[in-house]
Design a protein around this ligand. Structure first.
Ligand code: BG6
Length: 467
């Protein structure tokens, strides 16, 4: 088969986040995960919390050297709100935090790796969660904007690419609907207010970014969304409608405001009917309308398989959930990543690309996460101690083949980032599922390049894959 060439200057990179890589070293404030771990270690796989993560705080120079060694030309991480800011109300910075991020940014620059800096990756300061209900509160939106402005002022002359949020739907789902992140509640009114408030926070941060002098230095700002296309079980009208509702909640709820500056009508219609619509003002809606993104990051792992409900949804038992309007469909024969329990469906990358091309202005975008988590990856270690992760190489190659086809057909995709460069700590799953090009041994923190690390190096150097 012929090799598949990618566009010039294509980003070959990877993604991590502050809370998942740095460790808590020298951090003066706690986020919801720091707090949760301090109060309930059992909630975390193997009782492992965010204290050390992959030690990036102490080893960032060596880590960035490793990124370079495996050929990554771009990388995304995030600033921790709880590290940069000392006083959330006033926006006063913590000088140690400023020094740390300044050095990290310089190190990326020195190594010629384009940095994408994200501002929020699930890590709400516990103080703001407890005092105000986190994203439930519009005051917290203002405090986030204050923090964002500080970050732009401090680092805007060095960082060209910014994103406001990573996967903003996740806190809505995890904290307020499906109970997998603190405070583990089910409350539709709060959930939907959180959804709206984060979309507003993103727009306001974008507005702030454009107000500063920084835009003149050709900075760009976007958002990172996890897109999980909803495929209906059949062509049957009811199944199609169910899939549309699922998309309205989980995908278009943030995609529409990011690109078009407004929320999906279908979502608003349902929420109005159920008395669960958020509180908004004309002025806020105008800000959302006027501050859409420069570019989009798409995290893609797996699709949703949806069918019309066959059983009555029991609100008294489950609380109000979007599942009231659809059911997940366990499609026979679907291909699975048996190590993580997620479906593997590379074709969806093509479908996402076409959707952006046809329905979302063909905005410029990149894959900001794609990856294969593997539990018990140790067993694939060879005699030299290198993990032979051929399954991951195949996974990437297949997804890239579909992405390539979409690019050939005019999709405006400029890069591919995997999750993640170095195995990292992952919220309540801690180190259960490994995703990196580079393994990390615990507790020694010895880092070893996997076979996929050598593979991506070649891909990045040649700008092509063997298709
Ligand atoms: C992504 C998140 O969706 O999934 C990451 O952006 C997370 O923060 C990753 O670590 C992997 O999740 P898990 O549960 O398989 O470890």
């Amino acid at each position: 088969m012929a090799n598949l060439k990618f566009p010039d200057n294509f980003w070959w990179g990877s993604a991590t986040s502050g809370p998942q890589s740095e460790g808590r070293f020298n951090k003066k404030n706690r986020n919801i995960f720091d707090y949760w771990f301090d109060t309930d270690k059992k909630a975390f796989f193997g009782g492992v919390g965010p204290d050390v993560a992959s030690n990036f705080y102490n080893s960032f120079r060596e880590d960035i050297k490793l990124y370079k060694e495996i050929g990554l030309n771009s990388l995304r991480t995030s600033i921790q709100w709880t590290r940069l800011i000392k006083n959330f109300e006033t926006g006063e910075v913590d000088e140690d935090g400023v020094r740390f991020y300044t050095e990290v940014i310089e190190e990326f620059e020195k190594n010629g790796i384009t940095l994408v800096m994200n501002l929020f990756h699930f890590d709400m300061p516990i103080e703001l969660q407890e005092k105000y209900g986190g994203w439930e509160s519009k005051h917290v939106v203002e405090l986030f904007v204050k923090y964002a402005r500080k970050a732009f002022e401090l680092f805007g002359d060095k960082v060209k690419y910014w994103t406001t949020f990573n996967e903003p739907i996740v806190p809505v789902e995890a904290q307020y609907m499906y109970q997998f992140h603190y405070p583990l509640i089910v409350d539709v009114k709060k959930a939907m207010q959180v959804l709206y408030n984060t979309a507003l926070a993103s727009a306001k941060a974008i507005e702030e970014f454009r107000k500063t002098e920084l835009l003149k230095k050709d900075g760009e700002i976007g958002i990172i969304l996890n897109l999980t296309p909803s495929y209906p079980r059949s062509e049957n009208e009811e199944d199609i409608k169910a899939a549309k509702i699922s998309d309205a909640f989980f995908n278009n709820s943030f995609l529409d405001p990011a690109i078009y500056g407004k929320f999906p009508e279908l979502l608003i219609e349902i929420l109005e009917k159920d008395g669960a619509l958020w509180e908004s003002t004309e002025e806020e809606l105008k800000i959302i309308a006027e501050n859409t993104v420069d570019f989009l990051g798409v995290n893609y792992y797996q699709p949703r398989r949806i069918k019309a409900r066959e059983t009555e949804f029991d609100i008294s038992k489950n609380g109000w959930l979007p599942d009231k309007y659809f059911e997940n469909y366990d499609m026979p024969g679907k291909r699975m990543n048996i190590y993580r329990g997620w479906e593997i469906y590379p074709q969806a990358i093509y479908d996402i690309a076409k959707n952006i091309q046809d329905n979302y202005k063909n905005i410029k975008w990149f894959i900001s996460e794609n990856g294969m988590g593997v539990e018990g990856e140790e067993k694939f270690k060879n005699e030299e101690g290198i993990i032979e992760d051929d399954y991951r190489i195949d996974f990437f190659r297949e997804h890239l083949t579909h992405l390539h086809r979409a690019i050939e057909e005019g999709s405006n995709c400029f890069g591919y980032h995997t999750w993640t460069p170095i195995d990292c700590w992952s919220w309540t799953n801690a180190y259960k599922n490994r995703y990196g090009f580079i393994s990390v041994d615990l507790p020694t923190q010895i880092k070893t390049i996997k076979k996929s690390g050598y593979w991506i190096k070649k891909v990045s150097e040649t700008n092509e894959i063997d298709g």
